[in-house]
Write a protein that binds this ligand. Structure first.
Ligand code: BTN
Length: 315
């Protein structure tokens, strides 16, 4: 969704995308959109200014990297129906919440190319550099609020499995829902919920994956797939595979099963950790994650502590 007023721009992008690297003439675009060639030229310039890689040629226009586009028409069904695309937003979290309130359906996926106020856990800034994959899933689960934590575990488990399968990597999950590769942060997740009475109105899970960007973050060491694999990879392929894996996993929610599978994938249990919460810092050895998703650590006085929310750093 570039947005309604920009329908001509979206049509132009679709024509260029479907041409698969071939040049599309201004006349052809003018006929397909019903606007003048001057108007086509103006739209093309505006699209270029918005960062779309369009080259002007003597005989028309060409999209230089069609595989990198994330607009709905680039996806097959059912993903096509789920994608709500934005070129630039403050944060996909707030956009997703507004859309969820306005009736966006369960499993809609708000994707943005740029975020000007990306946010991380504990209200930290999330730097969304060009080339990353930034999206927020809208979920309208039937479970009551205390049980929806399981969707976050299902999401991090699904994403780690997908990245390992697609790129033959050894991505692990760090409590609560980060993805690490070689100890460095590859992806982060943030979930927020709105309730109505004792029911969940919606849950939004924001996922930031360092794909083709060069991440720089002050709080932790971060790495991207491009840095590791030494080549650009398809964000579309990752998003499609993740949505399918996640949907399969949540078809029937089985909390112990998801937590057990997540535990097989984690590098947190057994590590010495420092966990920052809004008001405290805990240190010790991570010994377990219980069936509610809480982290159990053993402190230096051999006392067990249960932590339900926070940002965890492996020593
Ligand atoms: C963290 O590790 O602190 C969580 C990072 C979550 C980042 C994603 S990017 C898409 C969505 N929009 C945001 O503003 N944040 C999440």
């Amino acid at each position: 969704m570039v947005n309604k007023k920009n329908n001509n721009k979206e049509t132009i992008l679709e024509l260029l995308y479907k041409a698969r690297g071939e040049t599309v003439s201004g006349v052809r675009i003018s006929e397909a959109t019903g606007i003048s060639r001057v108007a086509v030229w103006k739209h093309i310039n505006a699209l270029k200014q918005n960062g779309f890689p369009i080259d002007s040629r003597p005989n028309g226009y060409v999209l230089s990297d069609p595989e990198d586009l994330l607009l709905p028409f680039c996806f097959d069904q059912p993903v096509k129906e789920q994608i709500l695309y934005f070129q630039k937003v403050e944060t996909t979290m707030d956009t997703a919440k507004s859309l969820a309130r306005e009736g966006a359906t369960h499993l809609s996926c708000v994707v943005a190319e740029h975020q000007t106020k990306g946010r991380g856990r504990l209200n930290r800034e999330w730097v969304s550099s060009k080339g990353g994959l930034w999206f927020t899933l809208i979920l309208k689960p039937p479970e009551p609020p205390p049980l929806v934590y399981i969707y976050n575990f299902a999401a991090s488990l699904s994403l780690s499995r997908v990245l390992n399968r697609l790129f033959d990597l050894d991505v692990s999950v760090k409590w609560p829902n980060d993805l690490l590769l070689g100890g460095e942060k590859l992806a982060g997740m943030l979930s927020e919920m709105e309730t109505q009475g004792d029911m969940v109105r919606f849950l939004v899970i924001g996922i930031g994956i360092n794909v083709n960007n060069d991440p720089a973050n002050k709080e932790f060491k971060a790495i991207s797939l491009k840095n590791i694999l030494k080549k650009k990879v398809s964000r579309k392929q990752i998003l499609t595979a993740f949505l399918s894996e996640f949907q399969n996993r949540i078809q029937e929610i089985n909390c112990p099963d998801i937590i057990n599978q997540w535990k097989e994938q984690t590098s947190t249990i057994g590590s010495r950790v420092r966990v920052e919460t809004f008001d405290k810092i805990y240190e010790g050895k991570a010994v377990d994650v219980d069936e509610t998703g809480a982290l159990i650590i053993e402190d230096d006085q051999q006392k067990l502590k249960k932590i339900i929310y926070g940002d965890c750093f492996h020593a």
